[in-house]
Design a protein around this ligand. Structure first.
Ligand code: NAP
Ligand code: MG
Length: 493
């Protein structure tokens, strides 16, 4: 039987698993969350609130305080006082102990945190349970180890803390992004005001409870919820010494503009449009799984998603037909079901944006294939989608969609695919699939992106630096390099 007819036969078969819903009985979500400032949950001076809801069923989960100008100021002053009076002076070994304690508490509460992450953000429980929460704990463990070893991190030079770090994070990996930001900042002696995204504030607020339980000195970490305006207020607050931002390139550019005439340091982790390159000598089935993981993992809400697929011409039809079959067998539905592969799109606004790009792709002449899933009536959903018959100049190839949408093109030579991969304003990540080690080195050396995965995709580790070239950002997070944005360095004489 030919590969094509085998794939067709497989796609006509359908499997059904019994429901395997994660119980939510043991979790606790307060009906109202205040702002976490100076070690306490306090009412917002603004007197304003908003709701965070579950994107899989549109039900409200909790009422959340919205920090206004006076609240942001109060949080920054709490962080400044904690920096001046406690955190900068404390024995670095003690800082490390607090970080270890936070890491262990995250591990202890990992099940509750995973469920809340899936409820608030729509991602499958399998991902929040196996990826987000363990990696968040791992980042605290990793940076706890650096707290008393900064002299070894920067040999021959002296690293000193900066002061108050204002940190702004997006909705795609809420607790993990909070860990990426808070752990290196505290390890290197800074204090923090963190603003989570409007649609996913709950695990950051649970982290605030953990921080209280860990007895971290008051004001060392402050967590203030709100919308884009709250983020803007934090960026422009005169007592903030450093801004760490993860989010869209559009907002990143606005932040650079407002910081241009100030002495504030900044690091930015922005958008991406990764090229995933499949050579004809790759292990085909592994590559197909890798493609599925690279773009449909977390509904494509991944800055480093392999959203541009380049397949060598001789295997292009085979890969596309295998992808169709595999896409149809993914399980789309309740994020709390342990079998679910594809959860809900994070918000109504994000779904609207994805649909806009589906229309653009079709209007520009692309051939669309969407998996045959029945879509739940409530909530925000997008079936896994791929486009063929497109070229480099198409908007769906050039612009970040941030959804489960794959743009496929073929290539003949390695030089051609390298040129195509680099023809992008972004440079965050990329992937190459081949049997030849030499080809891996050839491709990864020439692609301008912060991370290139070989025969795998979307793998993270706290010891590896992550960050972008070009419009994908400035600075690195993770690893030893992740300490640099949080220190001033002088030569020892
Ligand atoms: P976003 O709209 O830029 O928002 C990111 C954060 O900034 C949110 O907390 C947001 O608050 C806040 N914000 C909005 N406007 C602001 C302003 N004018 N000043 C200061 N803060 C402001 O991005 P998103 O839609 O949440 O996230 C998706 C984007 O993040 C994608 O482009 C993705 O590629 C990128 N991302 C990059 C990385 C990386 O490591 N490079 C990792 C994850 C995500 P509200 O939520 O309240 O609006
Ligand atoms: Mg939510």
């Amino acid at each position: 039987m030919s590969e094509n007819s085998k794939a067709k036969k497989n796609s006509s078969m359908s499997w059904k698993y019994s429901n395997a819903l994660e119980s939510i009985e043991h979790i606790s979500i307060s009906p109202v969350y205040k702002l976490f400032i100076g070690g306490k949950f306090v009412n917002p001076i603004s007197k304003k609130y908003f709701h965070s809801s579950n994107p899989a069923n549109e039900k409200k989960l909790a009422k959340i305080a919205l920090a206004g100008k006076s609240d942001v100021n109060k949080a920054v002053l709490a962080a400044k006082s904690a920096y001046d009076n406690i955190w900068e002076k404390i024995d670095p070994k003690e800082r490390g102990k607090y970080l270890f304690r936070i890491a262990r508490l995250i591990q202890e509460k990992s099940r509750e945190l995973a469920i809340i992450e899936s409820l608030d953000g729509g991602k499958p429980i399998r991902e929040s349970r196996d990826i987000d929460i363990p990696l968040a704990a791992a980042h605290f463990f990793y940076y706890a180890g650096w707290a008393d070893k900064l002299d070894y991190a920067f040999p021959g030079r002296k690293a000193s803390s900066i002061g108050v770090a204002g940190q702004i994070i997006p909705w795609n990996f809420p607790l993990l992004m909070a860990a990426w930001k808070i752990a290196p900042a505290l390890a290197s002696g800074n204090t923090v005001v963190l603003k989570p995204a409007e649609s996913t504030p709950l695990t950051a607020l649970k982290l605030a409870e953990i921080i209280q339980e860990a007895d971290l000195p008051a004001g060392v970490v402050n967590i203030i919820t709100g919308d884009g305006t709250t983020g803007e207020l934090l960026v422009n607050n005169p007592n903030v010494d450093k801004i760490a931002f993860t989010g869209s390139t559009k907002v990143g550019k606005m932040i650079i503009n407002s910081l241009a005439a100030t002495k504030k340091k900044y690091s930015l982790e922005l958008g991406g449009k990764a090229a995933n390159i499949i050579c004809e000598d790759a292990a085909i089935d592994q590559a197909v799984e890798g493609i599925i993981n690279s773009i449909f993992f977390n509904q494509g809400h991944v800055c480093c998603a392999g959203s541009r697929l380049y397949v060598q011409e001789s295997i292009s039809n085979q890969i596309i037909s295998k992808l169709h079959s595999r896409m149809d067998h993914l399980i789309l539905g309740d994020p709390l079901d342990k079998n679910t592969d594809i959860g809900a799109i994070n918000s109504k606004a994000q779904l609207k944006r994805i649909k806009m790009y589906l229309d653009i792709g079709k209007k520009d002449g692309g051939e669309i294939y969407q998996s045959k899933h029945s879509i739940p009536k409530k909530g925000y959903w997008c079936a896994p989608t791929l486009f063929t018959d497109i070229s480099q100049s198409h908007r769906i190839v050039q612009e970040e969609i941030f959804g489960p949408v794959l743009a496929i093109q073929s290539f003949r030579t390695i030089d051609e695919v390298i040129a195509k991969a680099n023809n992008s304003p972004y440079g965050l990540s990329g992937g190459v699939w081949t049997d030849k080690g030499s080809k891996i080195f050839q491709v990864s050396k020439k692609i301008r992106a912060g991370v290139i995965w070989a025969n795998t995709f979307n793998k993270f580790d706290p010891t590896s630096p992550f960050g972008g070239y070009k419009e994908s950002g400035i600075g690195r997070e993770g690893g030893l390099e992740g300490l640099s944005p949080y220190v001033n360095i002088v030569n020892r004489n």
